[in-house]
Ligand binder design. Structure first.
Ligand SMILES: [Zn+2]
Length: 347
C-alpha cells in the first residue's frame, strides 16, 4: 500500500509545486461519484459520473469507485494520455486527512464510520492516494484555478444542503491539529437560537443551509403557520420532504412564511460574514454551492452591505465577496493542487 504524505504534514511544502503531471481524481458524494484525469493545467479528461451505491454499504461503494477509476484510467491511456501521478480524493467530512480515513460522514451512512478510504483505494489501484475534505479541495481549486488565484488569505464557503467552509491563511489551509478546522457553517449567529444538526444552538448552518431552511419550514407548517403556497408545494411533492429549494421557490411565488425564512437566512449569512471578516481578515470570501448559486446577488449583496457598514474599517475596505468560479468540477480540479502539495519534496 502506498499513500502520499498528508497535505497537512508540518513538513509539507508551504506552497504547492505545480506542473508535475496529471492526477487521477475522485469526487465522492452522497448521491453521485465523479472521476476524471485532471491535467496539471486543470483540464478535465475522461470524466465519469455514476450513482454512489450508499445503501449497499462501504465495500460496495469502494468497488464502484475502483471500477469507475479503472475505466477512467483505461480511457485516458487509450487516448495516449500521460500516466497520472497519484489519486486525489475529495469526500465529505469529518475525515482524517493524515490517515486517509473517513470518520463519520453523515451523507454516506454508518458503514463509512472510521473507514480507511484512501488506503483501500490506493491498494486497489496500486497508486499513491491522498484524501481531503470536499470544502478544502474546493478551496485549493479556487486558489489555483478559480476565484482566488494569486491570493494568500481567503475563505471559501459552500451553501447547499449543508454549509461548509475552508480558511486559507498565509498561503495554506488552516487545519487545526485534527485537520478539521474551517467549519464555518458552525459559527454561532444566535447564542439562544435554534438547535443545529450538530447539537449546538444558533449555528449559521441551521439558518442558511438548504437543510436548515427546510427544517424550519416543516416545523412551521406542522405548527399551523399560514403558508398557502408552501403548503401546496409540500402536498405536491409528498411523500418527499420539503427541501430548501422549495422554500426559495415559494418565496418567489409570494408565500409569506417562505419569505420570512429566506430573509432570515440572508440576515444570518450577512451577520456571519461580518464576523468572518473581523476574525480572519481575508482578502476575499468565495461563495459556492447550489443554494448560493440559486440566490446569487440576493444572498451576496446584503452580505457585502453588512460588511461595509459593520466590519472593521480596514478589513471591510479590502475584502470582496464573490461567487465561486469553478462550479461542479471543483472537487475534481482541486485534486491537482491537493496531490502537488502532498508530493514529497524533491529539491
Ligand atoms: Zn452546528
Amino acid at each position: 500500500m502506498t499513500r502520499l504524505a498528508p497535505v497537512l504534514d508540518a513538513a509539507a511544502p508551504r506552497r504547492p509545486s505545480f506542473g508535475t503531471g496529471p492526477t487521477l481524481a475522485l469526487d465522492l458524494g452522497g448521491t453521485y461519484l465523479r472521476t476524471a484525469v485532471v491535467d496539471a493545467d486543470g483540464t478535465v479528461l475522461a470524466r465519469r459520473h455514476v450513482p454512489t451505491p450508499v445503501a449497499q454499504g462501504a465495500d460496495d461503494v469502494v468497488a464502484r469507485c475502483l471500477a469507475t477509476l479503472r475505466d477512467t484510467l483505461a480511457e485516458h491511456a487509450a487516448a495516449g494520455g500521460e500516466d497520472p501521478l497519484a489519486l486525489g480524493i475529495s469526500a465529505p467530512g469529518p475525515l482524517d486527512p493524515r490517515r486517509g480515513v473517513l470518520i463519520d460522514p453523515p451523507n454516506l451512512g454508518p458503514t463509512f464510520r472510521d473507514f480507511p478510504l484512501a488506503p483501500r483505494l490506493s491498494q486497489g489501484l496500486d497508486m499513491p492516494a491522498v484524501l481531503e475534505r470536499d470544502t478544502h479541495v474546493a478551496a485549493l481549486a479556487e486558489g489555483r484555478f478559480g476565484a482566488a488565484v494569486g491570493l494568500t488569505d481567503y475563505l471559501y464557503l459552500t451553501v447547499s444542503t449543508g454549509l461548509g467552509g475552508a480558511v486559507v491563511t498565509g498561503g495554506r489551509l488552516m487545519t487545526g491539529p485534527d485537520g478539521m478546522a474551517g467549519e464555518l457553517g458552525h459559527m454561532t449567529v444566535d447564542m439562544n437560537g435554534l438547535e443545529c444538526g450538530c447539537g449546538a444552538l444558533g449555528h449559521l448552518e441551521r439558518y442558511a443551509s438548504g437543510s436548515g431552511i427546510a427544517r424550519s419550514a416543516r416545523e412551521a407548517l406542522a405548527a399551523g403557520r399560514d403558508a398557502p403556497i408552501l403548503e401546496a408545494i409540500a402536498r405536491s411533492i409528498s411523500p418527499r420532504p420539503l427541501e430548501g429549494v422549495h422554500v426559495a421557490a415559494a418565496e418567489d411565488a409570494g408565500d409569506p412564511l417562505a419569505g420570512e425564512l429566506m430573509e432570515l437566512s440572508r440576515q444570518a449569512f450577512a451577520a456571519a460574514m461580518i464576523s468572518f471578516v473581523d476574525v480572519f481578515d481575508p482578502q476575499r470570501i468565495i461563495v459556492g454551492g447550489g443554494a448560493a448559486a440559486g440566490q446569487g446577488e440576493r444572498l451576496l449583496g446584503p452580505a457585502r452591505d453588512a460588511v461595509a457598514r459593520l466590519a472593521f474599517r480596514a478589513q471591510a475596505a479590502r475584502v470582496d465577496i464573490v461567487p465561486a468560479a469553478l462550479g461542479d468540477d471543483v472537487g475534481l480540479i482541486g485534486t491537482v493542487p491537493l496531490v502537488a502539495m502532498a508530493l514529497p519534496l524533491t529539491t
